[in-house]
Design a protein around this ligand. Structure first.
Ligand SMILES: Nc1ncnc2c1ncn2[C@@H]1O[C@H](COP(=O)(O)OP(=O)(O)OP(=O)(O)O)[C@@H](O)[C@H]1O
Ligand SMILES: [Mg+2]
Length: 375
């Protein structure tokens, strides 16, 4: 790697000067120095860098809180703490705050420099591996519609089920953050939710994995928050961290989106490889869809957006009309099948399982097969 870019954060100017003096080496470059306070948070949030080095010659205390805040927002940097004679408690606290390593400020210039370099380059390698894996073998599929009740959850659950039946490793994430009901569709009555996970503030794979609930089909499910007010806790950067991590672990990550086109949804769409935009053959819904598709276009998401018609066959509006109106040909048309759909929800079993031969199930299964072939 080229020189390591360091943001140096210490409360006293003398400490900043002292620590800068320890880092005189051409492989290390201090790109900014500031106090780890409120202003510092803003600076550290925007500064391109590889390492955040928190330093003190006294007892570290408020530094942990600063590290914790940076850890959730800047997954691209390595956080280090330079402090005198760290105890086991200090190290445990540092780890909880997302600090990758605690370096003893009294261990000598050269040992300090080596530890910064090795930790930074190890972290950078790990991150670049994650990026490589993610761009190859996983697919994040978001099921969305600005309209309620069109069949987002039905499509998401059953695509996930079809993929899991083909022995794919599938995660199904309920991002209908206010009124998610994936749990109802899969008869998962209780369990940890995405809001509990976000409260824990760490987005390591092992932590995220512990919040996934295994459905008997093999699908790993993350439930939405239990109550609408928790939805606000979930920020776009959380969604980004969760999805970037999950895509390295699963063949498919299927997202059941809510109707919102807020910041969190947009960040999920940005990460998604494809967005299935679900519509019904009803004129008001189609006009809403048209408006929403314009917004998606403005967000530059049009190339990964496809149309799915659900509940086909009960209206005078036909698939051809949908194609003309939206100027896009649907990639999947699911027939209206109230008997199978209602039985599935009432029993908490995916329609593909409990009404496997219904025309609606067959259409979804065929589409899921084509997804696998396309990889
Ligand atoms: N192809 C279909 N034929 C008949 N009924 C269907 C079909 N697909 C879904 N339904 C039914 O329509 C209702 C709404 O479906 P679903 O909950 O999947 O929609 P949604 O878009 O996720 O809704 P929400 O916006 O409330 O999350 C459910 O009762 C479901 O059983
Ligand atoms: Mg739903």
């Amino acid at each position: 790697m080229d020189s390591v870019r360091i943001m140096l954060a210490a409360f006293s100017a003398e400490d900043r000067k002292f620590i800068s003096g320890l880092l005189q080496d051409e492989s290390l470059r201090i790109v900014s120095a500031f106090q780890p306070d409120k202003d510092g948070l803003k600076k550290a949030g925007a500064q391109p860098a590889d390492v955040l080095l928190l330093g003190t010659r006294g007892k570290a205390d408020r530094e942990y809180d600063f590290a914790e805040r940076m850890y959730t927002t800047r997954s691209d940097i390595t956080i280090l703490l330079l402090a005198p004679g760290p105890s086991a408690t200090d190290i445990a606290r540092a780890m909880e705050s997302g600090i990758a390593r605690v370096i003893d400020i009294e261990s000598g210039e050269s040992a300090i420099r080596t530890q910064i370099l090795t930790t930074a380059s190890r972290d950078q390698n790990r991150r670049s591996c994650v990026v490589k894996v993610s761009s190859y073998d996983s697919k994040v599929v978001a099921c969305y519609s600005p309209k309620g009740g069109v069949g987002k959850t039905t499509i998401a659950v059953n695509i996930a089920y079809a993929l899991a039946s083909m022995n794919k490793k599938v995660a199904l994430i309920d991002l209908s953050l206010q009124f998610g009901d994936v749990g109802v569709f899969l008869d998962i009555t209780k369990g940890d939710t995405i809001a509990d996970m976000v409260e824990e503030r760490t987005f390591e794979l092992s932590t995220i994995r512990s919040y996934l609930i295994r459905h008997q089909s093999g699908i790993m499910v993350m439930l939405s928050s239990n109550s609408p007010e928790y939805a606000e806790l979930i920020r776009p950067e959380h969604i980004e961290s969760i999805l970037s991590t999950l895509r390295t672990e699963f063949d498919y990550v299927v997202l059941d989106m809510g109707v919102s086109l807020g910041d969190s949804a947009i960040s999920a769409f940005e990460i998604a490889d494809s967005i299935l935009f679900i519509v019904n053959e009803d004129i008001a819904a189609l006009h809403d869809a048209k408006r929403s598709l314009k917004v998606m276009e403005a967000l530059n998401l049009q190339d990964k957006t496809s149309i799915v018609v659900n509940k086909d066959g009960v209206s005078t509006i036909k698939v051809g009309d949908v194609t003309r109106l939206l100027d896009m040909k649907p990639v999947l048309v699911v027939p209206f099948d109230i008997k199978s759909a209602v039985m599935a929800v009432n029993r908490g079993i995916p329609m593909l399982n409990c009404a496997s031969r219904s025309k609606a199930s067959q259409a979804i299964r065929t589409y899921a097969r084509s997804m696998v072939r396309r990889v």
